[in-house]
Write a protein that binds this ligand. Structure first.
Ligand SMILES: C[S@@+](CC[C@H](N)C(=O)[O-])C[C@H]1O[C@@H](n2cnc3c(N)ncnc32)[C@H](O)[C@@H]1O
Length: 209
């Protein structure tokens, strides 16, 4: 038997079903509505190109990987990671594990050696507890780990697209990005719900110090 639905989860389900992007994702065979966030950024910023090596953190259920992989062509590579299992996708290498754990990071590092990655994507979001301060801290922590990984693995000139939550720690994070990348844009794609504090930070032209 499934879990009993509370009024707020029923409301969430009703809103989700009515959502234009959910319906579009279904129509086009994408695994998530999140795909439209990456698609909008791609159409504006052209971050995915044939031949690139890309790491997709927080990849499940797989919408971003599904959209990105064909754009990388035969010479490209995509390594995806999530704490949750993900149905396989053609030509996507997948690691199932918690990115906060050293053993999982080491598995990823084995597939993505130092200075071998062109682009790191992170759509990781923590499980929401409802305690705002704790949720904010958990979101910032995941973004910091993604930046630390990008710092070691990106080629000079590489890029990072990372989900980040506006609130405590946001300004400091953007400042850190500005110190390490040539250019940093803040993007709020239309598919990102207006009431959500999430934005996407696109940092390009990584400087290897
Ligand atoms: C918004 S979803 C990503 C959706 C994905 N971009 C897509 O298009 O299908 C966020 C993901 O982050 C993952 N996540 C959260 N914390 C994580 C962690 N510590 N390690 C790995 N993945 C994590 C969640 O399991 C979830 O699948």
């Amino acid at each position: 038997m499934g879990k009993k639905r509370t009024p707020s989860s029923k409301r969430w389900l009703a809103e989700h079903e009515a959502d234009h992007y959910v319906q579009e994702a279904r129509r086009l065979g994408y695994r998530s509505r999140a795909v439209f966030k990456l698609k909008e950024i791609q159409e504006r910023d052209r971050i995915l190109k044939p031949g690139l090596t890309v790491v997709d953190l927080g990849a499940a259920p797989g919408g971003w990987s599904q959209y990105a992989r064909p754009l990388l062509g035969a010479g490209g590579r995509l390594v995806a990671l999530d704490i949750l299992p993900m149905e396989p996708l053609p030509k996507v290498e997948f690691i199932c594990g918690d990115f906060r754990e050293d053993s999982v990071l080491h598995q990823l590092e084995a597939l993505a050696p130092e200075r071998s990655v062109d682009l790191v994507l992170s759509d990781m979001s923590p499980n929401i507890s409802g305690i705002e301060v704790a949720d904010q801290a958990a979101g910032v922590y995941l973004a910091e780990l993604a930046l630390e990984f990008a710092g070691k693995r990106l080629k000079p000139g590489g890029g990072l697209l990372v989900k980040m939550f506006q609130g405590d720690g946001f300004e400091g994070y953007v400042k850190e990005l500005r110190g390490r990348f040539g250019v940093v844009h803040i993007r709020k794609p239309k598919a990102s719900r207006p009431r959500s504090p999430e934005v996407y930070l696109l940092a390009r032209n990584h400087a290897v110090l």
